[in-house]
Design a protein around this ligand. Structure first.
Ligand SMILES: Cc1cc2nc3c(=O)[nH]c(=O)nc-3n(C[C@H](O)[C@H](O)[C@H](O)COP(=O)(O)O)c2cc1C
Length: 267
């Protein structure tokens, strides 16, 4: 595609956004501002109907390679963990243990209880909060150096544990995508939080995009603290390319990689 074509298209989009913004009394200059105000402002009343049960997980064929956990606990006090949290990029060479990997995912995205929601039984409540309890964000793990996990990508299913979506070399691809971040080469795993906007769209309509992004932020902050409590090093990553992640994680078109967390060992 010619650079000018892309420019023309984005100019037309900006123009349309401007018209929508004017029609809806949104007075914002930047395109990001316009988009954010569109998705957050146009519909403020949730539409609430679940004639069929909400979907809380992706169903993937194949054996799970590790249970859903959680297994490991931390002996550190909560506020010591808060004090210790920092974006750590100084990863050691040791692999992560499988128990630590599943525990990090489980203490964030695992099921803490079951409840009745929207008149349907069997609704999972997770350790981390989500809009409407609808679990719009799922966790995937790129295993780069995890004991007991072949290099590749895995879906964390709160019912079944880690289910493989792809097996093969991913470390070089990830490192090549962000050549300025050489520290990433030593990450033992990258957790990718993937948005499923349709899970919240059923209830919240146009607010779905905002809530899905918020869910991803909540889960990322929660997971970073869990990773700290379990004495690993972690850094949130907003910059991994979406196309690369979608291909490597084997996502469906409607599933959107939103934010990642690189995790490594201390030694
Ligand atoms: C949404 C988000 C995206 C981020 N993306 C990156 C990134 O791509 N690369 C990176 O090195 N750090 C990234 N960070 C980490 C920030 O640089 C870091 O949080 C900030 O410098 C403050 O440092 P602290 O986390 O140690 O307090 C990101 C943090 C957040 C919350």
């Amino acid at each position: 595609m010619h650079e000018n074509d892309a420019f023309d298209r984005s100019a037309r989009l900006a123009e349309s956004l401007e018209i929508i913004a004017r029609e809806n009394d949104i007075d914002h200059e930047t395109m990001t501002g316009k988009i954010l105000h569109m998705v957050t402002g146009l519909v403020s009343e949730p539409k609430s109907s679940f004639p069929t049960p909400p979907t809380y997980r992706r169903v993937i064929e194949g054996e799970s390679v590790a249970g859903p956990g959680p297994k490991m606990q931390s002996s550190h006090g909560f506020f010591d963990v808060v004090k210790a949290r920092a974006s750590r990029r100084d990863f050691g060479d040791s692999p992560l243990s499988l128990d630590i990997m599943t525990s990090i995912l489980a203490w964030t995205l695992g099921q803490r209880e079951e409840t009745i929601a929207y008149d349907w039984r069997g609704a999972p409540l997770r350790y981390c909060a989500s809009a409407g309890g609808l679990a719009s964000v799922d966790g995937y793990c790129l295993a780069l150096n995890v004991n007991g996990l072949a290099e590749g990508s895995y879906y964390y299913d709160y019912q079944r544990g880690l289910v493989q979506t792809f097996i093969g070399a991913v470390t070089e691809k990830i490192a090549a995508a962000l050549p300025s971040m050489t520290w990433l080469e030593k990450a033992a795993a990258i957790v990718v939080l993937v948005g499923n906007p349709e899970r919240v769209d059923r209830k919240y309509g146009v607010m779905a995009s905002k809530l899905c992004l918020t869910d991803a932020g909540v889960a990322a902050g929660h997971l970073e603290l869990v990773a700290t409590a379990l004495e690993t090093r972690a850094c949130i990553l907003g910059s991994l390319p979406v196309a690369l992640l979608s291909e490597t994680l084997v996502l469906e078109p409607e599933q959107i990689p939103l934010v990642s967390i690189a995790i490594g060992s201390r030694t």
